[in-house]
Design a protein around this ligand. Structure first.
Ligand code: ADP
Ligand code: MG
Length: 401
């Protein structure tokens, strides 16, 4: 097969145009998108191999590998997930099938808001790479197939596909960074590690960074060992029985940046029409800035183990702003934004759940250990009292407390 040139769907072209000229400042999300696509592809391969063992030879470690080449201004993200055949490449990386992206385009066309905001609001999956890359190559071999392919594009009108001799199942994506400072910045070891740890620290598969070989005193190239970037377990996804008290306390110290012990915590997993995990902590001392207007609001929001934001205000009322913890939704899209979260049904539901868990934990503490509760009340009772003046819903519980 010779190289075939194909045109992007019109909507894709509109969007790519926007990506290429993007002024959106949070460009680092491209890596979050690539890593979560890789994790999705690994999930798919693992899942399909349950009914067809040939798709995953014994002993294969499903993983994600990342490297940068500073000189050449390249970033490579590789996975040994399901991979793509020619049809997949055309359908997935040439057209727009995702509803989120369709909405994005629709809003773009209505154009009442700045398109810069919209990138953040909808996110744009794979295409976000063109915020930082002038050219992208995708080398891929689908599990169970023999022929590999190379997809390449500069993000303008068209893309190319050619056959490529590959024997390793999976996908390798190479970004050739743009020549501007913004983009070049990403060809840096610490920056890449930093972004991966920020957004993808709890992804289920190992993410490995391969440092560039450096020259030693004798001028020889010296290979360096790979480093795993995501050691941390998503504690909140484990069942309560598996987690020790010590682990709960340690995790509190990690996410709250406090050194003391929490007064109480509540860990739960909701299944049914919606699935989410929550692990919320009640601190024993008032966080130092609790009376400031810009006091942090506490909960971190994850979607499918991928970090979305700190300080998610929509998950807690202001009178519970001392609560710390994590909420992880299986149902929200990865590309939610603060705007979308307001009045979102899923969030409203989780918020109700979280409020109940916090109030129950406090009541439980008061019932079991009055002295501890009184000490807690002296620290944070004033904040809880605000709840009286700010809502009608929980007056009964609050009165008791
Ligand atoms: P989404 O992840 O929401 O589907 P993306 O734009 O991020 O949208 O990706 C589009 C599609 O391209 C994916 O649904 C998937 O089918 C395919 N894809 C992207 N990256 C990979 C990969 N690393 N391995 C296999 N398929 C991929
Ligand atoms: Mg994606």
């Amino acid at each position: 097969m010779a190289t075939e040139k194909m045109e992007f769907q019109t909507e894709v072209r509109d969007m790519l145009n926007l990506m290429i000229n993007s002024l959106y400042s949070n460009k680092e999300i491209f890596l979050r998108e690539l890593v979560s696509n890789a994790a999705d592809a690994l999930d798919k391969r693992r899942f399909l191999s349950l009914s067809n063992a040939d798709l995953l030879p014994m002993g294969t470690q499903l993983r994600i590998d990342i490297s940068v080449n500073k000189e050449g201004k390249r970033i490579v993200v590789e996975d040994n997930g399901i991979g793509m055949n020619k049809e997949d490449l055309i359908n997935c990386l040439g057209t727009i099938a995702r509803s989120g992206t369709k909405n994005f385009i629709k809003n773009l066309k209505e154009g009442d808001k700045g398109s810069v905001d919209l990138i953040g609001q909808f996110g744009v999956g794979f295409y976000s790479v063109f915020m930082v890359a002038k050219k992208v190559e995708v080398l891929t071999l689908k599990a169970g197939e023999k022929q590999g392919y190379l997809w390449a594009s500069e993000g303008t009108g068209d893309f190319e596909i050619s056959e490529a001799p590959l024997d390793k199942v999976g996908t390798k994506i190479t970004l050739y960074l743009k020549d501007d400072e913004d983009a070049e910045d990403f060809a840096s070891e610490w920056k890449i590690k930093d972004i991966v740890q920020k957004y993808s620290g709890f992804v289920s598969y190992g993410i490995y960074f391969h440092p560039e070989a450096t020259k030693n005193d004798k001028g020889e190239l010296e290979e360096k060992p790979e480093e795993r970037l995501n050691e941390k377990q998503a504690l909140w996804r484990q069942s309560e029985k598996e987690v020790t008290e010590e682990q709960y306390k340690d995790f509190y110290n990690v996410i709250s940046h406090e050194a003391d012990e929490p007064a109480a915590w509540s860990h739960s997993h909701a299944e049914g029409s919606q699935e989410f995990w929550s692990l919320v902590y009640i601190p024993s001392k008032a966080p130092f800035n609790i009376w400031h207007n810009d006091a942090l609001h506490g909960l971190k929001l994850y979607v499918k183990k991928v970090f979305i934001m700190d300080d998610c205000k929509d998950l807690l009322p202001p009178w519970l702003r001392f609560v710390r913890g994590v909420v992880d939704s299986e149902d929200l899209p990865l590309n939610v934004s603060r705007e979308i979260l307001q009045n979102n049904k899923i969030i409203t539901n989780i918020r109700k759940h979280v409020i109940k868990k916090v109030l129950d934990s406090l009541q439980n503490m008061a019932d079991k250990d009055a002295a501890k509760y009184n000490a807690w009340w002296r620290e944070l009772g004033m904040v809880l009292k605000e709840g009286f003046y700010m809502n009608w819903e929980h007056l009964d519980e609050l009165k008791k407390l």
